[in-house]
Write a protein that binds this ligand. Structure first.
Ligand SMILES: Cc1cc2nc3c(=O)[nH]c(=O)nc-3n(C[C@H](O)[C@H](O)[C@H](O)COP(=O)(O)O)c2cc1C
Length: 206
């Protein structure tokens, strides 16, 4: 069982990456996974989509092959998105443009974690991902998700920086979410193995 954690902030030292790495640590400690892949969009490592992706420009193989292999080998994902101006950052939407109906994410469960520095943010990017990031790649978002508000006050390595009540509540909910993701990931292995989830007939969703 391998879980991929995609940290969607472009910023270095982002709260989203902090949360993603905290989730990775919990998964590692749980013994539920054999392998983890943490991928951060900090510093914009991926080129912005262009038509060379469709015409076989070799620059795209150089840019994507290693990442493609990692994503292919994952059984499920955690997608960590910050809320930026009420949206998912463009780098994360770009990643979805780069892996459309090619199967890397297809029929694999994914837990969304949204991250906001404020007290009331985090709902918009969840709604956005649920509405417009799955159609062709067929990633399957869990109905459960986690919203991390006041992100600076939770999941810090230095526990004195945490607000204990909020941290403990979100920690418990995170554990619930990753244990659920693990069950979905086990079950979805059977769905993919059935052959009924092939992308051959309908490469793109409706
Ligand atoms: C360009 C930009 C726009 C932002 N817009 C919002 C917003 O609309 N709502 C919100 O709750 N936080 C907003 N924030 C603050 C983020 O929630 C905060 O930076 C938090 O730490 C998550 O982002 P990060 O993972 O990049 O650190 C914004 C931050 C940036 C850099």
């Amino acid at each position: 069982m391998k879980i991929g954690i995609i940290c969607g902030s472009h910023r270095n030292d982002s709260q989203s990456e902090k949360v993603g790495r905290y989730a990775a640590k919990q998964l590692e400690a749980s013994g539920l996974v054999d392998d983890l892949f943490v991928y951060s969009l900090a510093g914009n490592p991926l080129p912005f989509w262009d038509e060379g992706l469709w015409s076989g420009d070799p620059k795209w193989a150089d840019a994507l092959d290693t990442l493609r292999e990692e994503l292919n080998s994952c059984d499920g994902f955690i997608v960590v998105t910050p809320e930026w101006h009420g949206m998912v950052p463009s780098g994360l939407k770009n990643l979805f443009l780069l892996f459309p109906g090619s199967g890397e994410l297809a029929h694999k469960p994914a837990l969304i974690i949204s991250v906001s520095g404020g007290a009331g943010g985090g709902a918009y990017p969840i709604a956005e991902l649920r509405m417009s990031s799955y159609k062709n790649n067929r990633i399957c978002y869990l109905p459960e998700h986690l919203i991390v508000r006041n992100a600076g006050k939770v999941f810090n390595e230095d526990s004195t920086e945490n607000d204990p009540e909020t941290h403990d509540y979100l920690h418990a909910r995170l554990i619930y979410c990753v244990e659920l993701l693990h069950e979905y990931a086990k079950a979805f292995q059977a769905i993919r193995a059935s052959g009924k989830a092939s992308l051959e007939t309908y490469k793109n969703g409706m």
